[in-house]
Write a protein that binds this ligand. Structure first.
Ligand code: SAM
Length: 276
């Protein structure tokens, strides 16, 4: 077990539920996160939401430098005091959804490692991927269902916009599941540590990313409809739809939710070529 409970006691820390404060108390999980992230002495790490510094301390032992971003001002004096012996520790007080992550270690590739407050998971991931922040991997503890969506394969109930967004840029690997007993206070949901490793270039060649993601969003907001009906809702004619589906090698009756990232790319490229 870690000293999380002792620190909470020592500083009489009061949890703020709205900030997603569920601190890790199981040191084995902390070690598995650091190991799963593959952090080495070469690495520049950003941690979002350090809490009382349980994961931060293990990261500091392994990494070249760790910058933690914490929103709760009550935690700042605790972190400064408890981690004062680590010269490679840096702290930013702020909201991680607003901090310019690229400016933290300019010119360096970042490894992001975090037990994320669940309410910021999707905004943070979307921001990092869409803003093209220079990172090599994200190893994050998130709600189990969200991890399953990121890791899902086409045609399953979990496969959706988030799967396509994440898999367009990254390889996904489930590191481990984590039960509620590993936290204080205990969350109501199960958690999973997932590692997203950035691909050298996106999984498929896409001519127009805006169009690609527009099609993906349309497919999954109306996932019970066929792909041709999805495309009809985007204003394309039946004739045009038949032509592009044939050119992309997609069955006229197919549902969009069965399309791989590569097929979504092919479809959006075929459409892009024809509406120039
Ligand atoms: N890393 C610690 C651990 O594993 O025990 C704490 C994890 S706890 C799930 C999430 C942490 O994120 C809390 O310390 C919370 O105050 C902080 N937090 C919540 N919203 C935040 C935000 N928008 N930006 C930065 N930190 C945030």
């Amino acid at each position: 077990m870690s000293n999380t409970r002792e620190l909470v006691e020592k500083y009489q820390f009061r949890f703020t539920k709205s900030l997603g404060q569920n601190f890790l108390v199981d040191q084995n999980i902390v070690r598995d996160i650091v190991k799963g992230a593959g952090v080495t002495k070469e690495d520049y790490v950003i941690e979002i939401g350090p809490g009382v510094g349980t994961l931060t301390r293990e990261l500091l032992k392994e990494a070249a430098s760790v910058t933690a971003i914490e929103l709760d001002d009550k935690l700042l004096p605790i972190l400064k005091e408890e981690l004062k012996d680590y010269e490679n520790f840096h702290l930013i007080h702020g909201d991680a959804t607003k901090v310019q992550l690229d400016a933290v270690y300019p010119g360096k590739e970042i490894k992001l490692v975090a037990n994320l407050p669940y309410y910021v998971t999707t905004p943070i991931i979307t921001k990092i991927l869409n803003d093209k922040v220079a990172f090599s991997s994200l190893t994050i503890m998130i709600q189990k269902e969200v991890a399953e969506r990121m890791d899902a394969v086409p045609g399953t109930k979990d496969y959706g916009s988030l799967s396509v967004l994440v898999q367009y840029y990254c390889d996904t690997k489930i590191v481990r599941n984590v039960p509620p007993e590993s936290f204080m206070p205990r969350p109501k949901v199960d958690s999973t540590v997932i590692r997203l490793t950035k691909l050298e270039k996106p999984r498929a060649y896409v001519k127009d990313e805006e169009l690609f993601f527009k099609i993906v969003r349309m497919v999954f907001t109306m996932r019970r409809k066929t792909l041709s009906n999805n495309l009809k809702s985007m204003g394309y004619t039946r004739e045009f739809i038949e032509e592009v589906l044939e050119a992309a090698g997609i069955d006229l009756k197919a549902r969009g939710e069965t399309l791989s990232v590569e097929k979504f790319a092919e479809l959006s490229n075929v459409i892009k070529e024809r509406v120039k």
